[in-house]
Design a protein around this ligand. Structure first.
Ligand SMILES: [Zn+2]
Ligand SMILES: [Zn+2]
Ligand SMILES: [Zn+2]
Length: 188
């Protein structure tokens, strides 16, 4: 059971790769704090959000910044995906979940940390015992790892055995299996 998040929410992977709070590509010189779930392109500013030819009637997400990290408001993402196992942070009296992980991959420590104290993917310390992940990125990458493991198990043995079956010529196999002098075709 993996990969539901990514297959149900095609915009999730592009969101994780998007760089926010840089200057917008338009003339406004404003910072990019919006992401469009329909266009799945780069981040954009407030002016672009209300621009009549850009994202009108599209589903946009507002991205917030807290302690130099970007996050989404829990109440706006909650209806789109389950974030109950992601550590929430309070920022200006609203709750945020961070988009990207803070800890480094491979830094994770499943042995020393008691369960629930550290992010299951990157090992970043969590404040809530009920949280499993520090960020949306870590929750998504825990799903991707499951998917990749499955793929390898399924594909490798099957592709080798089918290729062998295809390349065996049934005629040559029958001839060779007869005992004695190898028979040639009478026409040669
Ligand atoms: Zn703009
Ligand atoms: Zn759009
Ligand atoms: Zn993490």
């Amino acid at each position: 059971m993996g990969g539901e998040l990514l297959s149900n929410l095609p915009w999730l992977k592009p969101l994780l790769r998007t760089e926010f709070y840089k200057q917008c590509e338009c003339e406004s010189l404003k910072q990019c704090s919006f992401f469009c779930r329909d266009c799945m392109g780069s981040a954009f500013c407030e002016d672009c959000l209300y621009h009549p030819d850009k994202h009108v009637h599209h589903q946009s997400l507002r991205v917030y910044k807290s302690s130099s990290r970007t996050g989404l408001r829990v109440h706006s993402i909650r209806s789109l995906m389950d974030v109950s196992d992601i550590q929430p942070y309070t920022c200006n009296s609203s709750k945020l979940v961070y988009i990207n992980r803070k800890g480094r991959k491979g830094h994770g420590n499943h042995i020393n940390g008691r369960k629930g104290e550290k992010c299951e993917v990157c090992g970043y310390e969590l404040q809530l015992l009920t949280s499993k992940f520090c960020s949306i990125e870590c929750k998504v990458s825990s799903e991707i790892e499951v998917m990749e493991e499955k793929k390898e198990e399924d594909f490798v043995p099957i592709s080798i055995s089918t290729r062998r079956l295809i390349h065996v010529d049934p005629n040559s196999f029958r001839k060779r299996s007869r005992k004695g002098v190898p028979q040639r075709s009478p026409f040669l």
